[in-house]
Design a protein around this ligand. Structure first.
Ligand SMILES: Cc1cc2nc3c(=O)[nH]c(=O)nc-3n(C[C@H](O)[C@H](O)[C@H](O)COP(=O)(O)OP(=O)(O)OC[C@H]3O[C@@H](n4cnc5c(N)ncnc54)[C@H](O)[C@@H]3O)c2cc1C
Ligand SMILES: *[C@@H]1O[C@H](CO)[C@@H](O)[C@H](O)[C@H]1NC(C)=O
Ligand SMILES: *[C@@H]1O[C@H](CO)[C@@H](O)[C@H](O)[C@H]1NC(C)=O
Ligand SMILES: *[C@@H]1O[C@H](CO)[C@@H](O)[C@H](O)[C@H]1NC(C)=O
Ligand SMILES: *[C@@H]1O[C@H](CO)[C@@H](O)[C@H](O)[C@H]1NC(C)=O
Ligand SMILES: *[C@@H]1O[C@H](CO)[C@@H](O)[C@H](O)[C@H]1NC(C)=O
Ligand SMILES: *[C@@H]1O[C@H](CO)[C@@H](O)[C@H](O)[C@H]1NC(C)=O
Ligand SMILES: *[C@@H]1O[C@H](CO)[C@@H](O)[C@H](O)[C@H]1NC(C)=O
Ligand SMILES: *[C@@H]1O[C@H](CO)[C@@H](O)[C@H](O)[C@H]1NC(C)=O
Ligand SMILES: *[C@@H]1O[C@H](CO)[C@@H](O)[C@H](O)[C@H]1NC(C)=O
Ligand SMILES: *[C@@H]1O[C@H](CO)[C@@H](O)[C@H](O)[C@H]1NC(C)=O
Length: 628
């Protein structure tokens, strides 16, 4: 379990190499005494009074442990410039100091540039604009909306809001270890950003130290990986955690394979996605993202660099497969199962209520609901939306796409036939484009939309509708009524008809609700862009108590999905992890006793709250203990 490579020794001061060269034993307790191996005598020379900030395995000082809030720039305990400079030196000059929000180019100041602002405005709603940025999150409302392109939303001023103060642009595990040790020892808030896709803003935090994992881009094909405990003997990929969907799928395709990952092109499928469970166009065949993991390389809260797999550090391995990101450690690489590059058939089409009226439109949706169980059981995936145009009251259903991996054109048509016949009988016109591809990669590339991000006046809640909701005609009618009522309340809906059962049935921390899922559904609440904080909060609470509660009421014992959810989800621990939550909370205590890692609605996060400046649920405020 090597902690670092020899090359570090040539680029870092000797004493830091010594700090990092802590030997470790698999499954040993993560906190002292094994760190007694790190003695000051092995840390010669430079920066003697700062050395302790970088030591692994240390227990934070009493003042850090008892401080009501994390440490902030106005506090006496905020690290000195010299301490930040030491962190910068030790991380190979990869520390970015107060990165400016991208929209700084739109506001008075040294970065003002109208041409760049126009460009940024035009591309603001696509993910490509944000993932390359060290701090920007794709959910602008969680940043606090303190610096946006004025033509998107005029913030009148540009401040960093909920964005971090410092970012380590990490490329080696050592960079991560140093950041974790520094945060633990100083009490500065730590965040981890990969791409910034998380719906809830879990990759940001005001004046935090951020570890940016985007440039962990290595990838390696392993022809045969064997692990008896996980019942796997077959091909695998060992990927850096910064590898994104579009890169991973291409690399896998080039090696004649596919992997389970999200549909969105730029999602960090080896980062937050995989640790949070993750649903995929391949889930109906192979389960969730987390079910794919064979091994993680991880920096723990104590700053130790470990391998977590079925035989080493098995509790962390269990927890990180579904327990959520930024909770048990920072992964630097992950080894996942590889599958055949299946031939795949995809279908896209839409229909509206315009000519047929609302009743017939909903009858068309109702007839589709009858197909959900057989379609998921057949290994297919469907991603569709239902929306109401507030201006003209026209309802639209969009299939974007229906996706049938390992199915021929004829097989796919046969699967869709019962529903299509009903649509025909109802007089609903639609024109499906059903295309067969000879591999998964081309099918994926050609079939999925690039979704809009960084919305300014909406947020999304989610719920899993289990098999039980489809068992009788009455249950299927009840579901339809609930979807319809939400549409009548203007809740735009995104649905996924998928199964997410691990065919090898390995135990991990994935929300058990996924195992019964047939329909995973999201609905969005909107508010007036310029509403006051009180108005917005009221609308958001009403949404949780109304439309979201109705979905919860008809799905007792089911849950929501932690990565596509609302920060206001009540009892999020039970909603996102169900019966796994108790053990996860215990493991969080054990492996991160000082809460070095925090993300909103993550395991154990009940102990802390972001005290946001406007009272809205966002990252623009101090992170403080709840019960002090
Ligand atoms: C357009 C779009 C499409 C999406 N499509 C899908 C989909 O098809 N299926 C699906 O399941 N989800 C999907 N999602 C949701 C997505 O899975 C989550 O947003 C997920 O959190 C993204 O992970 P990330 O690492 O890219 O994002 P980030 O926001 O950077 O990170 C998410 C969380 O994970 C933590 N984290 C990231 N990397 C690490 C690491 N290496 N170690 C420890 N913690 C880490 C972060 O701290 C943060 O808490 C989509 C989201 C968007 C915006
Ligand atoms: C290292 O030295 C510092 C002060 O120089 C001291 O506070 C600390 O206890 C020492 N640590 C160990 C492990 O000896
Ligand atoms: C803009 O923000 C800065 C920093 O918070 C503040 O000092 C300044 O007064 C603000 N300006 C306006 C016009 O709101
Ligand atoms: C982060 O590091 C990568 C890899 O070294 C580099 O290409 C990139 O420019 C850096 N980004 C920033 C903002 O420093
Ligand atoms: C788990 O990782 C350890 C350390 O790298 C390794 O020795 C062991 O073989 C791995 N276990 C499996 C099942 O691969
Ligand atoms: C893919 O299809 C073939 C032929 O129908 C079948 O034998 C195989 O089991 C399928 N694979 C999966 C993972 O369903
Ligand atoms: C159908 O979809 C395929 C693949 O996306 C595309 O190449 C083709 O142009 C589409 N056909 C029509 C008629 O739109
Ligand atoms: C982004 O917004 C523009 C209009 O400003 C729109 O044309 C485009 O379709 C949007 N992109 C996405 C991905 O929604
Ligand atoms: C159809 O339903 C939508 C959404 O509830 C509504 O706005 C619209 O008025 C309805 N149309 C008719 C003709 O009733
Ligand atoms: C929400 O914002 C969009 C623009 O981003 C705007 O078109 C819409 O009218 C807003 N909704 C409300 C209710 O203000
Ligand atoms: C909200 O903003 C829009 C344009 O951004 C404006 O037309 C409207 O009057 C504003 N509403 C209120 C209540 O301020």
């Amino acid at each position: 379990m090597g902690l670092h490579t020899a090359s570090t020794l040539t680029t870092s001061p000797l004493w830091i190499a010594a700090i990092l060269a802590v030997s470790s034993t698999a499954n040993a307790a993560l906190y002292p005494p094994q760190y007694s191996q790190v003695v000051n005598s092995t840390l010669p020379g430079a920066l003697p009074d700062l050395q302790n900030l970088f030591l692994p395995g240390t227990t934070p000082s009493e003042s850090v442990q008892s401080s009501r809030c994390k440490v902030y720039p106005e506090d006496a305990n905020w690290p000195s410039d010299a301490a930040w400079e030491a962190l910068n030196k030790l991380t190979d000059n990869r520390l970015i100091n107060k990165p400016a929000p991208q929209a700084s180019v739109c506001y008075d100041g040294p970065l003002y540039d109208p041409d760049q602002c126009a460009q940024l405005t035009a591309s603001w709603n696509i993910s490509y604009t944000h993932y390359n940025d060290p701090v920007e999150m794709m959910s602008a409302i969680t940043q606090g909306m303190t610096c946006m392109p004025p033509n998107v939303f005029d913030t009148h001023n540009c401040t960093r809001g909920g964005l971090p103060a410092y970012v380590i642009n990490a490329t080696k595990p050592e960079h991560v270890q140093l950041g974790v040790n520094f945060a633990r020892n100083t009490g500065v808030r730590l965040v981890v950003k990969n791409t910034g896709h998380d719906f809830l803003g879990k990759s940001g935090g005001k004046d935090a130290l951020s570890i940016w994992t985007h440039y962990f881009k290595s990838n390696e094909y392993i022809e045969k990986y064997e692990d008896e405990n996980l019942k796997w003997s077959g091909p695998a990929f060992k990927a850096g955690v910064g590898v994104q969907a579009f890169e991973m799928y291409k690399f896998a395709h080039e090696h004649g394979h596919s992997v389970v990952g999200g549909e969105g092109e730029t999602v960090g499928i080896m980062g937050g996605y995989i640790q949070g469970g993750g649903h995929s166009p391949l889930s109906s065949l192979y389960g969730t993202g987390a079910d794919q993991v064979l091994s993680f390389d991880v920096v723990t809260s104590s700053g130790e660099f470990i391998t977590a797999n079925s035989t080493s550090n098995t509790e962390i391995f269990w927890a990180m497969r579904g327990g959520g990101g930024s909770t048990f450690g920072v992964a630097t690489s992950v080894t996942v199962k590889a599958y055949p590059d299946h031939p795949t058939t995809a279908a896209r089409f839409s229909f509206t209520s315009q000519t047929v009226g609302n009743e017939t439109f909903w009858a068309g949706i109702r007839s589709y609901i009858d197909s959900f169980v057989p379609n998921a059981d057949a290994g297919t995936y469907a991603y569709f939306t239902i929306g109401n145009n507030v201006w003209n009251g026209i309802l639209t259903f969009t299939m974007t796409p229906f996706f049938a991996p390992n199915k021929t054109l004829d097989e796919t048509k046969a699967i869709l036939q019962p529903w299509f016949s009903e649509l025909d009988r109802l007089g609903i016109t639609f024109d499906p484009n059903i295309t067969h591809f000879d591999n998964y990669y081309d099918a994926w590339r050609s079939s999925f939309p690039l979704e809009a991000v960084s919305k300014v006046n909406s947020t999304t809640g989610s719920r899993m509708f289990p098999r039980a909701n489809f068992e009788t005609t009455e249950k299927r009618d009840e579901l339809l009524d609930n979807l319809r009522q939400s549409i009548d309340n203007n809740r735009f809906q995104v649905h996924f008809n998928i199964k997410a059962v691990d065919p090898l049935d390995t135990d991990n921390a994935v929300n058990p609700a996924w195992r019964n899922n047939i329909l995973f559904s999201q609905q969005a609440v909107r508010w007036p862009v310029n509403g006051t904080a009180e108005e917005i909060l009221k609308i958001r609470h009403d949404f949780q108590e109304g439309d979201m509660q109705r979905w919860r009421d008809i799905t007792p014992g089911s849950g929501g999905y932690l990565a596509e959810a609302d920060r206001l989800e009540p009892n999020f621990g039970i909603a996102f992890w169900g019966s796994k939550y108790e053990k996860l909370v215990e493991l969080k205590r054990k492996f991160d006793p000082y809460d070095v890692f925090f993300a909103t609605t993550s395991v154990g996060s009940e102990r802390w709250k972001v005290e946001s400046v406007n009272g809205l649920p966002n990252e623009n405020g101090k992170l403080c203990r709840v019960d002090v």
